[in-house]
Design a protein around this ligand. Structure first.
Ligand SMILES: Nc1ncnc2c1ncn2[C@@H]1O[C@H](COP(=O)(O)OP(=O)(O)OP(=O)(O)O)[C@@H](O)[C@H]1O
Ligand SMILES: C=C(C)CCOP(=O)(O)O
Length: 381
């Protein structure tokens, strides 16, 4: 298994690997409280292990999350242009998320929640106090978690300074860590605002600030308490790939794709959607005119995966992948591996292109018809 491409010589081959995730050698420290506000004043938070068990045994605690969605950096930013948002794609993704959340599919009146002043805006914030006070509720099934990638925010700073390789004793790495977080958190702010303008009660959450950390790039400490509490009261948590502290390397970059896999383990969503700038996983980089879109990939109990649809000529079993030179988290290769690990949990994963009818159908969990364009990764069980 490997990757190269735009970075060096040409695409490498991701061949039918065992998904390494479930056989990870390390234990992740979990910190999950009872869903707030069930815990009484003065009552101690349960021990991490107890809480994790509680999460596994109490279906009510996990049943409620409908979808975890990744807004890929390639989808919502112009990846080749430093710190540039693809405003049309972001708007479309937020509008489709609202549609998917709307009860019965009918999008009601949008009451914007971004009340801050925008640069160059001559008037103060517009607050529809009357509209809001007359509303009985938002009319949304907001049991979604949004995670976004960095795209042209963060990857550049991280790769120039080497944050992903660690070594905080170096002034360059330390400065790069700061610069990466400034960049990616400013994107997070813009995404939260775009969702809020669609009337989605979104709240930004940075993994670094929530205490998430890694050991040799594997997630080591995951505090999901803020996410659980926010979901419980009806907010939509908006996380992002981040620069984090690493027990062995000092620091590294944690991809949104890895965050999604861990959230899927914790929250057991009904399905997971990755929105990106291509229609799904192809048998080779989609820039190749002969690339074939893989419609369905099955993952077995051991984590081995196979292409179910379409049947490829010559019984080809692997996928060729290219990764941009400044990408610090592995691009499509990481996505496929994490998606396969999620599928192995029994959660269907849909990878498709942002801003299309197919992305709306994926967000609604409705990908069963033949004309849906994208890649489904699911358990073969
Ligand atoms: N075999 C392949 N199938 C599909 N896409 C591929 C393949 N090989 C390379 N790619 C590239 O992978 C890119 C999507 O992966 P990428 O990690 O950039 O997505 P993202 O999640 O939207 O972005 P980010 O990682 O910044 O959040 C596409 O632009 C595509 O050109
Ligand atoms: C580069 C940073 C800060 C995060 C990368 O997250 P990803 O784009 O989801 O892989």
């Amino acid at each position: 298994m490997g990757r190269s491409g735009r970075r060096s010589t040409g695409p490498a081959f991701l061949g039918n690997p065992e998904v390494p995730v479930a056989t990870e050698q390390h234990q992740i420290r979990l910190s999950l409280p009872r869903p707030w506000p069930a815990r009484g004043r003065g009552e101690e938070a349960p021990m991490a292990e107890e809480a994790a068990q509680e999460q596994q045994t109490d279906p009510a605690a996990s049943r409620s999350v409908r979808c975890i969605v990744k807004l890929g950096g390639a989808a919502i930013t112009n990846k080749g242009e430093l710190e540039s948002i693809d405003a049309a794609s972001l708007r479309s993704a937020c509008a489709q998320l609202r549609q998917a959340m709307s009860h019965g599919g009918a999008a009601g009146k949008v009451v914007g929640m971004d009340w801050s002043r925008r640069p160059g805006d001559p008037t103060g914030p517009v607050v529809d106090v009357e509209g809001l006070s007359e509303m009985g509720g938002l009319g949304l099934d907001s049991n979604f978690v949004v995670v976004h990638g960095a795209g042209s925010f963060g990857h550049f700073q991280a790769s120039r300074s080497g944050v992903h390789k660690g070594g905080l004793h170096s002034t360059l790495v330390k400065a790069g860590f700061v610069a990466t977080r400034i960049s990616v958190t400013s994107l997070n702010q813009e995404i939260v605002r775009a969702l809020a303008r669609e009337g989605i009660p979104s709240v930004g959450m940075s993994p670094f600030a929530c205490g998430w950390s890694t050991k040799q790039r594997n997630l080591e400490s995951v505090d999901a308490s803020q996410i659980m509490q926010s979901l419980h009261v009806g907010f939509v948590p908006v996380l992002h790939g981040d620069a984090v502290l690493d027990e062995l390397l000092d620091c590294t970059i944690l991809s949104g794709d890895v965050i999604i896999r861990h959230l899927a383990q914790l929250l057991s969503p009904k399905y997971v959607v990755f929105l990106t700038d291509v229609h799904g996983v192809y048998d080779r980089p989609p820039s190749d005119p002969n690339a074939v879109l893989l419609r369905e990939i099955a993952v077995d109990e051991n984590g081995s995966w196979s292409i179910v649809k379409p049947a490829l000529k010559g019984n080809k079993k692997g996928v060729e992948i290219s990764v941009a030179a400044h990408d610090t988290t592995g691009g499509m290769e990481t996505k496929i591996l994490e998606a396969a690990a999620i599928a192995r949990l029994g959660v269907d994963v849909y990878i498709t292109k942002v801003g299309t009818e197919h992305s709306l159908r994926a967000l609604k969990g409705d990908t069963s018809s033949e004309d849906w364009l994208g890649t489904v990764i699911r358990s073969s069980r």
